[in-house]
Design a protein around this ligand. Sequence first.
Ligand SMILES: [Ca+2]
Ligand SMILES: [Ca+2]
Length: 591
Amino acid sequence: MSLSRSFPLLVVISAVVFLACGGGGSSESPQPVATKPEITAQPTPKSATVGHEATFSISANGTPPLSYQWRKGGTNIPGADEASYTTPATTLDDNGSLFSVVVSNAAGDTVSNTAKLTVNPVAVGNTYYLDANNGSDTDGDGSEAKPYQTVAKLWPKLAAGDVVVMASGNYPKIVAGRTWDAHGDVGWNATPVDVFPDWVTFRAGSGQEPHVAAIDIGTWNETPAHAMPWTMKGNGDAYLRFEGLFVDDGVSIIGSRHVEVRDCKIQRLGDLVGQDMPYQKTGVVVTNGRYITIEGCEITHVALGAQIMTTDFVFRNNEIHHNTHDGMQIYGGDNLLIEGNKIHDLDDGLADPLPGEPAIPWNMHVDGIHIYINNYAEKMATDLNGLTFRGNTLYHLEAMGIMVNGVTPPDTNYRDWLFENNVFGPTGGIMLHLGGHVVGFVFRHNTIVSTTETSWTSIYRGNPCTDYGVAYWGGTNEQIYNNLFVDGRVKPDQREERFAYVAHNLYVTAPPAGNGPLADGEAVLAALPYASGDWTAQLLPGSQAIDAGTRLGANQLPLPNQLNVDINGNPRDNRPDIGAYEIQGRNPPAE
Ligand SMILES: [Ca+2]
Ligand SMILES: [Ca+2]
């Protein structure tokens, strides 16, 4: 039966083929027959040293257009949709991973062979010793018994894998990643160079506190300054790691790939108030690089904590405090993870002038995080995509908690900003001032803390801390859910047009009239869900916030996956608690 039914179909196909080949006897053009992709060059195995990336590529024929989707272990890799794919910096966990690609067109899919990634451990190098006080560049040999005195003496001997152990003492500025320019300068306009092919680590000896005058890595590449194209994403590999150092006068990482600064204390020299220049003193500058990590550092006695405009950047578990300007300024980049940081007690000591009062030039609007959207005038960034701001704590700030400015017409170069598991304490300004158009802004599981504090004392003066607002000017595909809010102003007028998805937020005070009805799962709290006056705001057992969140929010729009841990990294259960914390040990049924 099946044969008799399929037979006429074969006849039809034969007729089409005949016409296509013979060309005569009919005035109708044959339908082009799409051919499935054929892979003409399969992906080949690759190997990389830990921390290096690897690139897989293929060639394929077939009726265009062809589309590509790379897979790792059979799982699609988001955004890996070209004929070649470059991994992030590899870790040993990636060793043995299998990569393949699905090539598709209108006729169907073709899956490539798998190619294995081998990740080799970092070369084991030599360990050298430096002692600024008791070492000797003439009599020493770099051993523990006979340390050198200076980095300069040791530098020509260093190779990939080496570790430099530094004793207490004062060391000159470490400069790397550039050669002398035509003017005999080693400034940022000098020629960039690779530094090491793999990691070289400078670290404090056990119980030691070596002071390094400053750390300056890399260069802008070409005169005039700022000429390095934003698309370049770093112009030299540094492979430099600094651990446990006291950096007296700031860290600059410009145009470099692979730099890590861990567990360092970072300051700037000199007074930080009273004139224009000091407020530009920045603890950490990272500009147009890639694979840069700043982790576990304390950044204090600076004006600006960190100025960031780079790609594939991690800023994790740092503390920025008691400074005279913004905690962080972010100008652009792709794939930025700002996680687990504490940013607090920032004030320049000068209130903003009231209308009619003269402005003092160095009076800053001191914010926790200031994000400059849309090509800040003197900078070269053109986008800010993939910003994850997670598990941070911000409090005691002169002005805004998070300030985003650059209100522009819709611009698709600012995408996928995810704010989750953060705790916002009292500030003197608006807690979140979102004055830019972002495509895909998700704000979930944040706790904005209602506090009994009415002021906080900076190193200069008392500051008010009475503002908990969220101000918003509109974007595309915003999701705001599972948050604990204080101030109903989170929902400005016409909120239904401004937020694509709003649900399961709890409010301390009711939204003002005109903001429309509460959305699904939203409520005004009957009682504070945390202890009044304790602004860390960990939930009290039995509070209204427990099990009141939704997991369905993550499915509303094509944005992120469900958040499965709380601010402490503890798992969320079937019914997530609202805010940054999850009470453990419960087993509620799913929604
Ligand atoms: Ca000020
Ligand atoms: Ca729960």
